[in-house]
Each structure stands twice: as C-alpha cells, then as structure tokens.
Design a protein around this ligand. Structure first.
Ligand code: FES
Ligand SMILES: [Fe+2]
Length: 356
C-alpha cells in the first residue's frame, strides 16, 4: 500500500482545544429541567438554566459576587439565584436582585453574569464556543430528525479522546471489519470498491461506490434483500461526523455524531441516528441497540488506549495509507480552521480503491 507521507511520521493532529468558534451541543433538552445544570465546554465551566418562558440560557458558572458556582443555586421564576447571598440573574445575564441592598443600582455592568449564546433546536441545547458573542450562524441541523416517517435513536456518551480522534474513528472504515468483526463487517475482504473523496473549505466526504450490503447482523436486519448500497462518510467543521447509508430500496439511515469538546482529551458524543427501514423500528431496535452499544464500547476502549499512548509518548506520531481516507482530511480542515486560513470554496475530488 502506498504511503501518503514519505517519512515514518505524518503531521500530528491538532490538539482538541484549537477548534474554531462554533456551536456545540451542551446537553439534550430533556436534561435541562427546573434545576441549573453544570456542563464543561473546552475546559470552561458553564451553567445552563431555563429562563422566563423556558428558553435556555448559559452563563460562566461563577457568581460575579464571590465566585460561588451558580450551578449550586436555584432557578426562581425564570431567574438564576446564587445560593450564597441570593443575587439573582435574568436569562440575559443582568443582575436583577441583590437581597438587602437599599440604595443604589442593582444591575451594574460589573455585576452581570458572563453569558454564552444558547439556543434550543431539535431537542438539543447548543452553546456557542465564545462568551459575549452574538453568532452569525445557526447550529447544525440533524437530517430528518422529527420528520415522518423517519425514526430516531439518540445516544449520549463520553469518550476519553480528543474530538479529532473521535471523528477519525467514527469515519474510519477499515477498523470496523477488525475491531468490530462479526458485529458490523466481516473480516474477509473480497470486494474491491471505488472511493471518491471530495473536499471543500468546511467539509470533506468519502463516497464508497459498489459496496456490498453489510454481511454482519446489522446488514441482515437492515437490508434483508441485499441490493445497491450507497454509503457516504462526512466530516463537517468543526465537529460533526456523519455516516449515511442507503441499503436497497427501503433502508436509509444517517448516523450523525455532534461532538462536544469537554477537555482536550475528553469528548462528549451526541449520536443521532435517523432512519427509514423495511421493518418497524420497534422490531429492529431490540437487535440493533445491543450491537450498537457493543460497537461503541469497543471504540471507547481503543480510543482511551490511543489517548493514553499520546500522553505516554508526548504526542502523536502517525503514519497513514490510502485506507485512512478521511483522517488526513479531518486533520487538514481542523488545522486550517485553527489558523483561520482562507481556503477556496470549490470542491476538489480524487478517487482511490479499497478492499472491503
Ligand atoms: S457569591 Fe453569589 S451572591 Fe454572593
Ligand atoms: Fe468503530
């Protein structure tokens, strides 16, 4: 197999903390109830709560008064109340009450909570990566989520690995036949298929042409009659990894992972699978859910091992082949975004072949 780099060492992936400004999922809507919720985004402690009318708000989790965590307080009438001296903050961060203060203005600027743009969309609460910024774009929209007749499964879990490592893992085809053998693809590689790789300034995708229907358990359930398989893997800056499968005439699914950088080597995964299947979802789910859980567990273990190695050896020293189809593209996009490099908007395309 031809090496993409001539030497033994390829460019190391960027650390997870250099992601560009963007929206990240902070939590699922259902996780944000009447209590304030503490979350961490890129090492920053945040507090989420529902303000007046139920709209979510996000502050830095630090009371401006004596820096007690606001997440230890309460939500009272749509205002966040600090537990220490009872200062209250409205959803826009204004200090609206200082108990006992007789004279003087309550809502001085210095008493405001630091705010982070926050919106609720499709059952998720998204927070913008930078405080006190009004974003010019909306968060990513999950395909077909909530549309009829599409079904949905949402899973949330944390992985001890950088966003870069999790994206690469999610979009990496060759490991599925090896690490997940028997669960997803079979280990014997008998089909040579074409892969078209497209890259753009903000995304990259691989289209796998001529792939046979998966033979493992999942394949038997999703494409009982076989048929043409359409398969795309996609990465969208800064942290969306998406696999799209169409199997035969009647199965179509998107597995979209919105990745939230908690710390440099900790990533929260919000995995949304939207699907149309030949069988009712309630028939398929009991079979697919444990297989999916087993796959996630295997990935989590190997990613943790990889992260430990990067720590032990003080960084990455990767070498690649053409089979690492999207990994180098992901690295390139993240690096360009981290450096805020201007990149032309046209789509570049190249082809390669792989055995699957
Ligand atoms: S520390 Fe929050 S009100 Fe005093
Ligand atoms: Fe995997």
């Amino acid at each position: 197999m031809r090496l993409l780099q001539s030497g033994p060492m390829s460019a190391a992936p960027p650390p997870g903390l250099t992601l560009p400004d963007a929206w990240f999922v902070a939590c699922r809507s259902q996780a944000l109830g009447r209590r304030p919720l503490a979350v961490t985004l890129q090492d920053k402690p945040l507090v989420l709560f529902r303000g007046r009318g139920g709209a979510p708000a996000a502050f830095t989790d630090r009371c401006p008064h004596r820096n007690v965590p606001l997440s230890a307080g309460d939500v009272v009438a749509g205002e966040l109340q600090c537990r220490y001296h009872g200062w209250r903050f409205s959803g826009d961060g204004q200090c609206v009450a200082v108990p006992g203060l007789v004279d003087g203005e309550v809502s001085l600027r210095s008493r405001c909570a630091e705010t982070w743009a926050c919106v609720e969309q499709q059952g998720f609460v998204w927070v913008y990566s930078t405080p006190d910024v009004v974003p010019s774009s909306a968060p990513f929209s999950f395909p077909h989520l909530g549309e009829r007749p599409w079904g949905t499964v949402v899973r949330e879990f944390e992985v001890e690995a950088s966003v870069h490592a999790v994206v690469e893992n999610t979009l990496d085809v060759p490991h599925t036949a090896f690490l997940h053998r028997g669960l997803f693809r079979t280990a014997q590689k008998s089909n040579v298929i074409d892969v078209v790789v497209r890259r753009h300034a903000t995304w990259a995708e691989a289209e796998f042409i001529g792939e046979p229907a998966p033979k493992g358990l999942i394949g038997r359930l999703l494409a009982p009659g076989g048929g043409v398989t359409v398969h795309f893997d996609r990465f969208l800056l800064p942290s969306i990894a998406q696999v799209e499968y169409r199997l035969g005439e009647r199965s179509h699914l998107y597995a979209t992972s919105a990745l939230t950088p908690v710390h440099d080597t900790c990533t929260r995964v919000f995995a949304v699978v939207t699907f149309k299947l030949p069988l009712p979802a309630w028939v398929v789910k009991p079979f697919v859910a444990p297989v999916a859980s087993a796959i996630f567990a295997q990935d989590a273990v190997v990613l943790r091992q990889q992260t430990e190695q990067l720590r032990r050896f003080g960084g990455a020293r990767y070498t690649s082949t053409e089979l690492d189809v999207l990994g180098p593209q992901v690295t390139r996009l993240l690096k360009q975004a981290a450096l805020a490099e201007e990149t032309p908007a046209e789509v570049h395309e190249h082809r390669l072949r792989m055995k699957t």
